[in-house]
Structure formats: structure tokens, C-alpha cells
Design a protein around this ligand. Structure first.
Ligand code: UDP
Ligand code: MG
Length: 337
């Protein structure tokens, strides 16, 4: 291998005190193995992004940082949401890494797959998508809604990888370009395919959460799906336009029918149909207005160019240029919990 890359594994965490010790342990082991097999360089680390947790997450990160050379941390000043926290970590890590892997803190994604990501990176791929092959660990409801969502996105013309969440590897080059997307309505798994660098997929089985509860209740999931659709597709607006045209054509026909009926002296008995159509048109108009309003709301947010996150503190490795040091100065495996 000609060049050993510096890898950073970015892990967004929101109230993850229950899983964190195990996550630190598993990811340290993965990094340890990758370094000894010369797939990544010394100085590769795990970056935990604390997304304004209310529990002991940050103090745990600080503790692990003190005892384990692999562990670094980033503390956001307040809860920014999964996507923003992830972006904070990615852009932070980009400045000192050759490639970055993003993974959830809850160990649902198979950490051993990271090695395959690196193999693909060495083969020259800029982006490696982790694809869930098996969702049997998810509840039926989660599985059905998630898959319905992927299908809907695809049919609306959004390029998205079926069954891929945010478990992926990205090269520095890809991240440099991701940074140019100044989006406030963040939907990373829709943005990354837009980059278009050489990319490939790696399959794995999705597991159950190691500990703790999902930080994505139905309300957040629906908001996320809605964001994904309205941030990437104008099909809903086009649908409204088409419907408007059809209704207009229909109303011309209906008007002709009414006028001819009047001329011929037919009785005006159509109160029911009249009142029905008033309601119907009113409903359609409200729907259309609502949808247009959604997009205007988005434009409003984008125009403001607010920063997506504020970094409060960063714990960095003291000597980053340790590429040629034969082994970690402190022994990471000794500091598991
Ligand atoms: N997360 C976050 N900020 C939030 C919500 C979640 O950083 O506001 C993190 C969370 O700690 C986890 C990842 O995002 O590492 C995915 O969340 P979770 O596993 O709860 O979602 P699910 O897998 O149930 O969809
Ligand atoms: Mg999860």
C-alpha cells in the first residue's frame, strides 16, 4: 500500500450514555485492527459529536478522551438534530482526515464493515455506501414506513440509495464538495449521491439498538421524510399545477353544460352539486396554497444562511503528526470503560 490514509470515524450522539462505553470499545478495536493491518495511518481517531445531550454523554466522552488516544470529541452548544450534528462532525474531521466514516452511536450498523469500506477506499472509491441487507431487527412498522419512503422518493425522482442510511465512507475530496452545498434543510443521504464521485456499496445486516431507546420518534421521522421530499423534489408542486389545469379544463366543460342547460330551459336543481364543487375547489386551493407555502418557507430558511451548528468545545489529539510512531502512545484497549 503506497499511502496510508488518516481515517476519522464520526459518531453523532444524543443522550447515548447507555451505549457509549460499548461504542468506544468496539470502534477502538476496529481502529486498532485497521492500524495494525496498515489500512489506515496512526493518528486515525473516532470523533464523537455530542448533539446537546442532557445526560452524561459529554462527560463520558471527556473521560474516554483522557484515557484513550483514539477518542476525540466535539460538543455542540445545543441540540441541532442528527443531520446537522453529523455534518458538524464531517466538516470538522475533513480538515485533518483523508477519509471519514459516519456511523450511529447505537451500534445498529455493523462496525466490522468499516474494514470493507477502507478496502474499497484503497481501490479508489471516494464514497462507499453501507446498505442494510436485512432489516429483520426493525419493527414491522419501521420497516414498512422506511421502505415506503424509499420507494416514494425514487418515484419522485430523488436519487437515493435503497436501504442506505448515514453509514458511509467519504473521501476528503467528496467532503470538500459536500461543504459547498449550503443547505439548511439537511438530508445528507440525498445530497451525497449528487456529488457523483466514484462510489460503491457494501452490504451488511442491520442489528437492534445495543442499548437505550431510539432518538427518532415517529414525529421526527415524519418531519425527516417530509424534509427529504420537499428539499429534493418539485414534483409535488408540479402535481398541483397539473391538477389545476385538469380542474380548469373540467370547469370549462361544466360551464358549457350549465349554459346550454339554461338556454334549453332546464331546471336549476343542482344545489347539491354546486355546494359540493364549492367545497371541492376550496379544498384543492387550500392544498395548493399549503404546498406552495411549504416551499416558500424553505426558501425563507435558506435565504437566511444561518449556521447549522455552533461548536462549543473540541477535544483533539495532542500530537497529530504521529504518523510514523510505531504504536499508540497510550494503550487504547486498556481504557474500555
Ligand atoms: N442523534 C443525534 N441528534 C438527535 C437525534 C439523534 O445526534 O437529535 C443521533 C443518535 O445519538 C444516534 C443517531 O443520531 O447516534 C441515530 O439515532 P437513532 O439510532 O435513535 O435513530 P433510529 O436508528 O432509531 O432511526
Ligand atoms: Mg438507531
Amino acid at each position: 500500500m503506497v499511502h496510508k490514509p488518516i481515517l476519522t470515524i464520526v459518531v453523532p450522539c444524543y443522550n447515548e450514555e447507555e451505549v457509549l462505553p460499548e461504542t468506544v470499545f468496539q470502534l477502538s478495536e476496529v481502529l486498532d485492527g485497521l492500524i495494525s493491518d496498515e489500512l489506515v495511518a496512526h493518528g486515525s481517531t473516532v470523533l464523537f459529536v455530542d448533539d446537546g445531550s442532557k445526560d452524561a454523554t459529554w462527560s463520558l466522552i471527556e473521560r474516554f478522551h483522557a484515557s484513550n488516544t483514539f477518542i476525540t470529541g466535539l460538543k455542540l452548544a445545543k441540540n441541532a438534530g442528527h443531520q446537522s450534528a453529523l455534518l458538524a462532525g464531517l466538516l470538522h474531521a475533513k480538515s485533518y482526515s483523508d477519509c471519514v466514516v459516519s456511523i450511529d452511536a447505537d451500534l445498529q450498523d455493523d462496525t466490522s464493515v468499516i474494514r470493507e469500506f477502507l478496502v474499497k477506499f484503497h481501490e479508489g472509491f471516494d464514497i462507499v455506501y453501507g446498505i442494510r441487507q436485512d432489516r429483520s431487527a426493525d419493527t414491522f412498522f419501521k420497516r414498512a414506513t422506511a421502505q415506503g419512503f424509499y420507494k416514494l422518493m425514487t418515484s419522485l425522482g430523488v436519487k437515493i440509495h435503497y436501504n442506505h442510511a448515514d453509514f458511509r465512507l467519504m473521501s476528503k475530496r467528496a467532503l470538500d464538495n459536500l461543504e459547498k452545498f449550503q443547505e439548511v434543510n439537511l438530508f445528507l443521504r440525498g445530497l451525497v449521491p449528487l456529488l457523483g464521485f466514484p462510489s460503491t456499496q457494501v452490504y451488511y445486516a442491520r442489528k437492534e439498538r445495543f442499548a437505550g431507546e431510539s432518538k427518532y420518534p415517529l414525529r421526527k421521522m415524519l418531519a425527516f421524510a417530509f424534509d427529504g421530499i420537499t428539499s429534493f423534489s418539485v414534483t409535488p408542486i408540479r402535481f398541483v399545477t397539473v391538477m389545476g389545469f385538469l380542474l380548469f379544463a373540467l370547469s370549462v366543460v361544466a360551464a358549457l353544460y350549465a349554459i346550454i342547460g339554461k338556454i334549453l330551459g332546464a331546471n336549476v336543481t343542482g344545489w347539491t352539486s354546486l355546494i359540493l364543487s364549492v367545497w371541492f375547489i376550496g379544498g384543492v386551493q387550500l392544498l395548493a396554497l399549503g404546498l406552495i407555502g411549504e416551499y416558500i418557507g424553505k426558501i425563507y430558511k435558506e435565504v437566511k444562511h444561518r449556521p447549522l451548528f455552533v461548536i462549543e468545545k473540541a477535544l483533539m489529539e495532542s500530537a497529530r503528526d504521529v504518523d510514523e510512531v510505531p504504536s499508540p502512545l497510550k494503550q487504547p484497549a486498556g481504557a474500555r470503560r
